[in-house]
Design a protein around this ligand. Structure first.
Ligand code: ZN
Length: 408
């Protein structure tokens, strides 16, 4: 009986917690792809700003693609500011696969809060708001200004969101020093922390060849060349896969991944087509030369018979990783806060891509970190949830870290 009562009380405590309420309210806004309407998010964030006695600025970077900035002025207005970034959009859902409707923010008896965006990454946006609320409540004044940015379209590459936002005059005016953005959940105790990302090469290989009748044995057909190219790409894939398997210190962010994602070409079964297309999603490791890698692709095209044109849908430039040493005072402060809390963290290269790459491109140091350990990795998956306690603990963790970096 007592345990039941205790559980009920705990559940009520979660339900009546303001930050959890705000979190669940945000989760109920279906800012889901495709064709996200951000109006409700903007309205929600405006209300959050009012509740914190702060102003929300909306920068309409592209039509229908607002960036919301909630700013808390620091005591030293000349000092470069801190960006606490999150994206408002979430990836699509298959509602029939969910135990609880994906935009209901249902909290079960155990405290699991279900919703698309509960891990990726409405949790983080609300935790940043909660940090400001907590610090203001305590009468704290930070040295540096905090800008909580809420951006659109991260899940589809951020072109009309963060990429274009960083090109605006308004962005430059805000005088950035350091940024914190998303990481992701981890089942282990050790938190992941991301200081760089791999380079994306989304490459379409247009393979030309001799066209003709399907009954003949023509030379230099697109199909033959495609096979040779595919072999080279897949051999490389296997080599990288073995590298990862044979070295326990490596993570997937440390190697180059290659995946065949699309094949197209041809119009009729007995006609040898003049062109075929293979698309590969390639994520190039940070420690190899991009120039050499691109040259290698061209070489493989030649070896496969030539007449192969590469068109990139995505082709990231070289970007420096964020330094994790004494030369980066924000990192020193970040690490100091983490050590003070006795958190175990493992810095690594993010195997995926997030909006921070646009900041690092400009030389702004940035760390991807979502304080969710002992949590199943459910970003983009069915039944995405975050435990209420993990969410609340995350606020405390961010509070230490944000205070430290904002007082550098
Ligand atoms: Zn995300």
């Amino acid at each position: 009986m007592e345990t039941t009562l205790h559980k009920q009380m705990q559940y009520q405590a979660w339900e009546s917690n303001l930050d959890i309420q705000v979190f669940r309210e945000y989760l109920r806004i279906p800012s889901v792809h495709p064709d996200v309407c951000y109006d409700e998010c903007v309205e929600f964030l405006r209300r959050q700003a009012v509740s914190l006695d702060l102003k929300a600025e909306v920068v309409e970077v592209n039509p229908g693609k607002p960036v919301v900035i909630i700013s808390w002025q620091g005591s030293d207005s000349a000092a470069p500011s801190i960006m606490l970034n999150s994206h408002m959009d979430v990836v699509p859902v298959y509602p029939e696969k969910w135990t609880h409707p994906p935009f209901s923010a249902h909290m079960d008896q155990e405290g699991r809060i279900y919703g698309r965006g509960s891990q990726d990454m409405k949790c983080v946006g609300v935790q940043f708001l909660a940090v400001v609320r907590a610090l203001k409540r305590e009468g704290v004044r930070l040295k540096r200004t905090l800008h909580l940015t809420f951006v659109p379209d991260e899940e589809i590459g951020g072109e009309l969101g963060m990429r274009d936002f960083v090109r605006t005059d308004r962005f430059k005016e805000l005088n950035w020093g350091f940024a914190i953005d998303e990481g992701y959940a981890i089942e282990e105790d050790v938190y992941r922390l991301f200081y760089g990302e791999r380079y994306i090469r989304r490459a379409n290989f247009y393979i030309s060849g001799t066209p003709g009748h399907g009954s003949l044995l023509l030379e230099d057909t697109a199909g033959e060349k495609a096979r040779k190219l595919l072999d080279r790409m897949m051999d490389y894939r296997e080599m990288e896969e073995n590298k990862l398997k044979n070295d326990r210190k490596l993570t997937i962010g440390d190697i180059t991944t290659v995946n065949l994602t699309m094949i197209s070409g041809g119009i009729q079964g007995n006609v040898v087509p003049p062109e075929m297309m293979l698309c590969f999603d390639i994520r190039v490791s940070n420690d190899i030369s991009l120039e050499a890698f691109d040259a290698q692709l061209e070489k493989w095209c030649k070896e496969s018979g030539g007449g192969i044109r590469i068109e990139h849908d995505v082709k990231n430039p070289v970007t420096a990783v964020t330094k994790l040493d004494a030369s980066n005072p924000f990192w020193v402060a970040f690490k100091g806060a983490v050590d003070k809390m006795n958190l175990r963290v493992r810095p690594q290269i993010n195997p995926g891509a997030t909006d921070v790459r646009y900041l690092r491109d400009l030389g702004i140091p940035a760390i991807g970190f979502s304080p969710m350990n002992k949590t199943p990795v459910l970003l983009h998956d069915h039944d995405e949830y975050l435990h209420a306690e993990t969410f609340l603990k995350g606020i405390d963790i961010y509070k230490e870290i944000v205070s430290a970096v904002a007082n550098v």
